[in-house]
Write a protein that binds this ligand. Structure first.
Ligand SMILES: [Zn+2]
Length: 158
């Protein structure tokens, strides 16, 4: 399934937590099922098999009905809004800037954990998390930077 999920926190974006209820799959014994992707980096995101997967299915049916209504001209244009939201806003919370801040927050969080943990499995997990977020942070920083450069007025212009 290629549905996008927005407004994800760092754990949800990493596939470590349910994108519906926020339950952490690492600490809670929950079966996770893939449900779609994080629009920021196309990585897979998950929900609890019970009951959140059912909620997503209901939600999807509701959206399908809304789309059908829109196609037949009977829509009252609800529900579609949150999908179009923030499409061009590089500085809105869900834009690259928001994602970048989230990466940096995760990195500073892993820094704190790295200094206190000495278990190899934990270290391995933290290091792969660091690598992933450092990489996306670099890409996002460059995207925001590129956007800022194109928006800057040229020298000599008043
Ligand atoms: Zn859940």
């Amino acid at each position: 399934m290629e549905r996008y999920f927005w407004h994800l926190n760092a754990e949800q974006a990493d596939g470590m937590a349910c994108v519906v209820c926020g339950a952490n799959f690492l600490t809670a014994k929950i079966t996770a099922v893939p449900v779609g992707r994080n629009p920021a980096d196309e990585s897979q995101v998950f929900v609890c098999k019970e009951p959140c997967a059912g909620k997503i299915a209901d939600d999807t049916e509701r959206m399908a009905r809304a789309m059908r209504a829109a196609a037949t001209g009977t829509a009252n244009a609800v529900d579609v809004d949150d999908m179009a939201e923030c499409e061009n806003g590089v500085f809105c919370v869900d834009g690259h800037f928001g994602s970048l801040l989230r990466d940096l927050k995760t990195l500073s969080g892993t820094e704190a954990l790295l200094t206190t943990s000495d278990e190899t499995s934990t270290l391995r997990f933290l290091l792969s998390l660091t690598a992933r977020h450092a990489e996306t942070a670099m890409m996002r920083a460059r995207l925001v930077l590129a956007r800022l450069k194109t928006e800057e007025p040229k020298e000599g212009e008043e």
